[in-house]
Every structure is written in structure tokens, then in C-alpha cells.
Design a protein around this ligand. Structure first.
Ligand SMILES: [Zn+2]
Length: 94
């Protein structure tokens, strides 16, 4: 006998904010670049305050940026940055 219901056990950390996370992360780069209108900035900022996983990712992106800006202007390990970027966009959001 099989019990299919047990197979559905998945990690569901994003359930709390769901699609808000996707929206926030989609605009994260523009947010960090200061390219968003005030209303969006407030929306994302308040989401980041309430959502720990998104705060984590925003902090990571921010640190990555400042490292790249400070240390790697001429001799940037672009492949490393690319790899991190791909990894970030690869993370499950739903
Ligand atoms: Zn979130």
C-alpha cells in the first residue's frame, strides 16, 4: 500500500509572504540602485523588514555590490559575480 499524501512534504518557507517575495526580489536590483519610485521603495522596504529570507538576500546583494565596487573595478572576477547572480536567480521562490 502506498500513501501519496506523505510525498507532498515540501519546505514551505515562502508561504508566509508568497508572491510578495517574488515581486520584492524582482525589483531588488532597482531598489538597491535607487531607481524605484518612492511608493515602491516603501513597499519593498516594509516587506524586507517583515520577511527574513528577503532581508537576507537583499543584504547579500548589497554586500556583493560594495565588494565589486570597491575591489574589482578593473580586475573583476566577472565569472564569480555571474555565478553568484545565477545562483541567486536560481533559488526557489515558490
Ligand atoms: Zn519575502
Amino acid at each position: 500500500m502506498s500513501e501519496p499524501s506523505d510525498q507532498q512534504q515540501r519546505f514551505d518557507a515562502t508561504a508566509a509572504c508568497g508572491s510578495q517575495c517574488e515581486e520584492a526580489l524582482e525589483r531588488l536590483e532597482a531598489f538597491l540602485d535607487g531607481e524605484l519610485p518612492d511608493a515602491d521603495v516603501q513597499e519593498i522596504a516594509s516587506h524586507l523588514t517583515a520577511c527574513y529570507p528577503c532581508t537576507d538576500r537583499a543584504t547579500f546583494e548589497e554586500q556583493l555590490r560594495s565588494i565589486v565596487r570597491r575591489d574589482c573595478v578593473d580586475d573583476a572576477p566577472a565569472s564569480l559575480v555571474d555565478r553568484i547572480r545565477v545562483h541567486l536567480s536560481d533559488l526557489p521562490t515558490a
